[in-house]
Write a protein that binds this ligand. Structure first.
Ligand code: NZQ
Ligand code: ZN
Length: 386
């Protein structure tokens, strides 16, 4: 196993009614709260009213309207509210988009220039307001990690700001809040969780045995409970297992002792930057194509291991097992009702080379990925998804 530093300071409050803890916990940091939320689902579900009830002794300011693939303009708006009103705590109520915007706002509140500067140079992050989250969709793991992915509408860049100061202080993870999720979001969220595990699993270090076995258990959990959550939205067992899996899938537990750059995420981030598509849908389309593209004599043993340990594939030949595992992965996404082709989203090949060069430029794809990919390789993967 590689040397590894592991410190996850987020306090997780998991289960029904855990939102009540906010009335006490936020108070440790102050009374002026900026509540960041999306397009209105929290009003329809009653979570909005519940937050006001729990925080009745607090002064609440609001930043509504955070869009999926959150935009820099929202970050600027939130930063201004924090500076103008001396905000003590940023409270994200929603999914990865609200949480990521909140983290960026929390850091930008201590910075005088353009908040995008922090994405370009994270040494400019010197301090951050405490971020609390109430999770309403499980997918990104943002509730338990220090990453914030923001889209710059002007430059068409979608990039991550990652800094240890941005771990949420506390995250409320109540699986009953997932009951209202539309099927599309449940499916896309599940695909995102699975992709996070793949990004860490498909890496060279074979000595991190414990990490690989934990990853396989988490993958099996998604494959077991994803379809149940789709057909029985109020199945607590399914929602709770998926919710916890989303948090541990991206709190670096599955990178422990390993490392290496991610592959499918940077390729997808260009799709959602250029076409504003749902992140998990892009991943579901790209993942089987990426797997087939990088399957070779160096990687086949690991793909066969995945197939045998996660899908119980019985095949003597490694290539036969690996291909069967990839097919099962693709069939799983189809079973969740996810699209399999970019053309289904109205995407053609006109931007493939530009997106591919941006993906390679802004990531470790060509230098540190499981299989190193250049612009031509990434362009071909996009083409394979048409
Ligand atoms: O906006 P509202 O009305 O709230 O509706 C949201 C939104 O349309 C809806 N929703 C959320 N909870 C709901 C609900 N609808 C009904 N009932 C509920 N309980 O779901 C939609 C999607 O929400 P969003 O927050 O965008 O989803 P997600 O959590 O998948 O976040 C996606 C963003 O996170 C980034 C993605 O790139 C994307 O920008 N990522 C963040 C990561 C991180 N911080 O670590 C890592 C990921 O790989 C990812 O890149
Ligand atoms: Zn993701």
């Amino acid at each position: 196993m590689n040397n590894y530093e592991y410190c996850v300071p987020t306090d997780i409050r998991f289960g029904k009614d855990q939102v009540e803890c906010l009335s006490k916990e936020i108070g440790k940091y102050g009374k002026r709260v900026l509540m960041v939320y999306g397009g209105g689902s929290i009003k329809r579900t009653g979570i909005y009213d519940k937050i006001y009830e729990v925080l009745k002794d607090y002064e609440i300011y609001e930043l509504p309207g955070i869009e999926p693939n959150p935009k820099l303009a929202s970050v600027k708006e939130g930063t201004k509210i924090c500076k103008d009103n001396n905000i003590d705590v940023v409270l994200a109520v929603g999914g990865g988009s609200c949480i990521d915007a909140s983290k960026h706002i929390a850091a930008a509140a201590y910075y005088d220039g353009d908040p995008w500067d922090l994405v370009m140079d994270k040494t400019k992050v010197t301090e951050a307001l405490p971020v609390f989250t109430v999770l309403t969709i499980c997918a990104t793991g943002s509730e338990m990690n220090p990453g914030a992915v923001i889209s710059n509408e002007e430059t068409k860049e979608k990039l991550e700001l990652n800094h240890p100061l941005l771990y949420p202080k506390l995250s409320v993870c109540d699986p009953t809040y997932l009951y209202t999720l539309p099927g599309k979001q449940t499916a896309a969220g599940t695909a995102d969780i699975i992709s996070h595990i793949f990004e860490q699993y498909f890496q060279p270090n074979d000595g991190a045995y414990i990490t690989d076995r934990l990853s396989e258990a988490a993958l099996k959990t998604c494959f077991k409970y994803g379809p149940i959550a789709m057909t029985e939205p109020e199945n607590y067992e399914a929602r709770s297992n998926l919710m916890w899996t989303s948090s541990i899938a991206l709190n670096h537990l599955f990178t422990f002792g390993k490392g290496g750059a991610w592959s499918v995420h940077p390729i997808e981030h260009e799709l959602s930057a250029f076409y504003d598509i749902t992140h998990g849908i892009g991943l579901a389309i790209l993942t089987p194509a990426w797997m087939r593209y990088v399957l070779n004599s160096n990687t086949v043993a690991r793909f066969a291991m995945y197939a045998r340990n996660v899908w119980d594939i019985v095949a003597e030949d490694d290539y036969e097992a690996a291909n069967a595992g990839i097919d099962r992965t693709e069939q799983f996404f189809i079973k969740l009702g996810l699209p399999t082709r970019l053309s289904e989203l109205g995407i053609d090949d006109s931007q493939f080379e530009l997106m591919a060069s941006e993906a390679v430029r802004t990531s470790g794809l060509s230098t540190r990925a499981y299989v190193k990919l250049d612009v031509g390789d990434v362009t071909q993967i996009y083409r394979d998804c048409l």
